[in-house]
Ligand binder design. Sequence first.
Ligand code: FES
Length: 645
Amino acid sequence: MIRLLPAEGNPTEATASPGTLLSEAIAQAGITLHLPCGGQGRCGRCKVQVQKGSVRRRSVIRLSEKELEEGWALACQTLVQDEDLVVAIPPQADKLSRRIPSEPRKVPRVELPISCDWRSDPPLRRVYLDIAPPSLADNTSDFERVVRHLQPYLEDSGQVSISLPMLRRLGKTLRDANWQVTATLEYYDWTTRRQSRRPRLIDLVPGRRTHELYGVAIDIGTTSNVVYLVDLLTGEVLDSAVEYNAQISCGEDVISRIIYARRLGGLEHLQKLVVQTLNGLIEQVAARNGIQPTDIQRATVAGNTTMIHLFLAIPPEPIRLEPYIPIINHPQPVLAAELGLNINPDAKVDCLPGVGSYVGADITAGVLATGMHRQEELTLFIDVGTNGEMVLGNSDWLITCACSAGPAFEGAGVQSGMRATEGAIEEVWIDPHTGEPTYNTIGDVPAKGLCGSGIISLLAELFITGLLTKGGRFENRVGTPRIRQGEHGMEYVVVWKEQTADGMADIVLTEVDVQNLLRAKAAIFAGFSTLTRSVGIQISDVQRVLIGGAFGKYLNIEKAIQIGLLPDMPHDRFRFLGNTSVQGAYQALLCPDLRDEVAEIASKMTYLELSADNTFTEEFMSALFLPHTQMELFPSVAALLTPQP
Ligand code: FES
């Protein structure tokens, strides 16, 4: 018997035979233990303390000698040997237990293209039926009776289809409602992608409720999930909610989750977690707007290819293996009931199409939202997240690639990194004469760490003030005590521990962090260069740069250019668009023509596989410096560095 002592919650007992992984025994006992690298033994963040009994540690590389003496073990790398174990589990309450505080609730305004005439032929319609109850003189069955009253809405086919679960509920609904009901009809045929002559009856509710018809647009991000509640009669976004994807506990990036999905029950667990997050968000927006989640009659979903596979519980393994092919790029819509999504069980859940394993529906939806595929201007669209995906093109052509930037710019994998939440340093300035920093934190509270924009800002300031070389090494030319030898090499102290929020440790940027960041920014810049070179143009020919994703909201263009993350061009060519993925999902939800456009975008895009491209490797090597080996590509930065006469 294993006795588990979680820091939060009550002690629990679990049974596990020798040879079972501790992480599995803990999960089976219903305790959440975060596995940020998906249980690969890389991150060292699944530590538990074995207080009694014996275990076999397969890997200890992330544990110090002191920790080993104290009984600490990596739960994902440790096997139960002795069934009489006592294991203490440290607090897990971080990202999963709280809402994202940097995302205040607001109702987003999303524009629809003028060309979209979604009202003329709506895919869903609600009709009120005042049905004559059956009698001995009129013994028509319930369903035929409903169909008879629906005739004016059925065009010449005169037919309507209904699912078995709905048929099972039909009799009770009609009688409870005293035969006065509102029916929801779906006219859209998902196979032909045309309006159907034989609609589906997907909902029947008591009373007259023809003035209400709702849908949800969903973005499943690797890090956070977003839901928009949409009034399908007015086209208005009524509300939005955002929350961390609960799958984070099983891995922070897509590869870790794909590896987690290989475990016994891993895929089902990941599917349950994301549905649980989405259901929580749906319940929030429904409650705030005085409706039931089951009043929602359609969902449109965007997300990267791995997230869509996990949402549909399709094994994602081939995505990470050469030749990197997903199981599906254009999934068919499925019923909400099949996924466990808490909306009308008969509603269709439509996952938008992707292009390939690393350019998914978040990007096709993003392109739809930018409208770049309808315009002549040569546009570069970037979604900088864990995967730096980008699309170049215009109304004639589109080419896309994804470069694995890693999560460094989201604050992960950086010693004092954190997500862009309260207490994160988001902007830094350094005095070139003393090396002393000043900074802003989100929420103006004592600092807790560095988020992506803070990291970019700090890197740029260190470089421009000469405290960091082009190659990313510290150079203490002003004799500041802030540059010092740390545990992992040289580092710069941004905040002394006494001034931090918890007073526990200095907030630092280490040379190891800098090297990680250089690799991340080099991958993104090399992506731009390879895309432009592949079509025979210069980066400077790009007329507009559109930045999507959560990152786009916090990025300082000037600093991003100074470190060589963004190309050096006039600032008015850059535009931040926020979450383009959910904006595209919203457009496709409302308008069947725009839904077709996403499919066209996915088919039209040429996918450039960078792992098979020698140019990319060359460009990457050249970009591994601040800002770049070719300074002529960054004239504005060169001017800053040139000593003035
Ligand atoms: S080391 Fe165990 S989850 Fe990363």
